[in-house]
Design a protein around this ligand. Structure first.
Ligand code: HEC
Ligand code: HEC
Length: 312
């Protein structure tokens, strides 16, 4: 029997895919907890100048009613289908993109997000509460449905984010908030170069076909495209967002090792694959692109390998 962290450790030490696949075949334990601290601390070295905010230690979680809500929020965040299944339409967890259960700097940490709301968002052209911002990640990143405002799921997630942000200044953008914004690449980002980087640095965990790997019904390595991934409306479908996330955090445990150019190239490759329709679809791909994807940073509605992406 082998657990998720052991699988990730095997991948990190560069186990061949044959060894890794054998380990998978053997795996029967459901995935638990978040990525081991040793796997994720490596990337902190990439930005030694920044001193990110330190959220409270897990052990300091209160055991009262509020603490129970925080705990539930953490569970929803790390095992989203299991704890909030009716709002989820894919096999990702919130923590698939907000690493270390929403604690990791440069991975859009919850402690960086919570103190910035309410905030104006161009995406829906109004001021969003924190709960409304999370509704967006359910609709697009989780390819699901927004829990209604006041729903216990949103309340628990908000409790968790509030607790992680304990002691953080309100209204201030903290170092490590969001994903880093990479400057435009020196060379135009390239699908073919990105494919080669993918095969070398990503396929071992996410699969040559981008479909990830699961163990005992739980996602170990999340899918990067296809029917079980984030949909065309998600922030990760914006190549600059994806490049920033990948540069800081991928390959897992080796954040900061790809060059900016490599991050742009592999993000372009990843975001040039088919995925679930944008829920804001207005009847045609061209019109949907014109309305929501009118930027070189979105491949929606573009022709790749002879097929228009997003075409139903
Ligand atoms: C596929 C990756 C992905 C998944 C899964 C995901 N998110 Fe996000 N999330 C993002 C991206 C990308 C952004 C930033 C989007 C942008 O800047 O437009 C973001 C932003 C956020 C923010 C605002 C951060 C800030 O600093 O303003 C919150 C809060 C958030 N997500 C919560 C959640 C919750 C809760 C879930 C699970 C229900 C979730 N996310 C699932 C990718 C994801
Ligand atoms: C050692 C295994 C491993 C390698 C190699 C790896 N990843 Fe990941 N990746 C993960 C894991 C695990 C997660 C989810 C984090 C979690 O659940 O804690 C993830 C999450 C992601 C996500 C966000 C979730 C999603 O499904 O969209 C993206 C995007 C991503 N990886 C891209 C890449 C790219 C691009 C590369 C190659 C440059 C890469 N990864 C290499 C293990 C890996």
């Amino acid at each position: 029997m082998i657990d998720r962290n052991s699988l990730i450790r095997l991948a990190l030490v560069g186990a061949s895919s044959a060894v890794l696949n054998a380990a998978f075949a053997d795996a029967s334990a459901p995935a638990v907890a978040s990525v081991s601290a040793s796997a994720s601390s490596v990337s902190a070295a990439a930005s030694p100048a920044k001193k990110p905010f330190t959220p409270p230690a897990e052990a300091s979680l209160p055991t009262d009613g509020f603490g129970q809500s925080v705990k539930l929020g953490e569970q929803i965040f790390t095992h989203t289908t299991q704890f909030a299944g009716k709002y989820v339409g894919n096999t990702l967890n919130c923590a698939s993109c907000h690493l270390d259960a929403g604690r990791k700097a440069d991975s859009s940490p919850l402690w960086g997000a919570y103190p910035l709301y309410p905030a104006y968002r161009a995406k829906n052209n109004r001021v969003n509460s924190f709960a409304e911002r999370m509704q967006g990640c359910f609709q697009y990143s989780m390819n699901g449905k927004a829990p209604p405002l006041g729903d216990p799921v949103l309340l628990a997630l908000e409790s968790y984010a509030y607790w992680l942000a304990k002691g953080a200044p309100v209204g201030t953008r903290l170092a490590g908030q969001g994903y880093p914004k990479l400057p435009a690449p020196a060379q135009k980002a390239d699908y073919a170069r990105g494919g080669a980087i993918y095969a070398q640095h990503c396929a071992l965990c996410h699969g040559a076909d981008g479909q990830g790997q699961s163990s005992g019904g739980a996602t170990v390595f999340p899918p990067l495209w296809g029917a079980h991934s984030f949909n065309w409306g998600a922030g990760m479908g914006d190549i600059q967002n994806a490049a920033g996330f990948i540069k800081a955090n991928m390959p897992l445990g080796l954040g900061g090792t790809l060059t900016d150019q490599q991050a742009w190239d592999v993000a372009t490759f990843m975001d040039s694959h088919e995925r679930p329709q944008d829920p804001r679809f207005v009847g045609s791909v061209a019109a949907t692109r014109a309305k929501f994807h009118d930027t070189p940073l979105s491949m929606y509605g573009q022709k790749v390998n002879g097929r228009v992406l997003g075409a139903p």
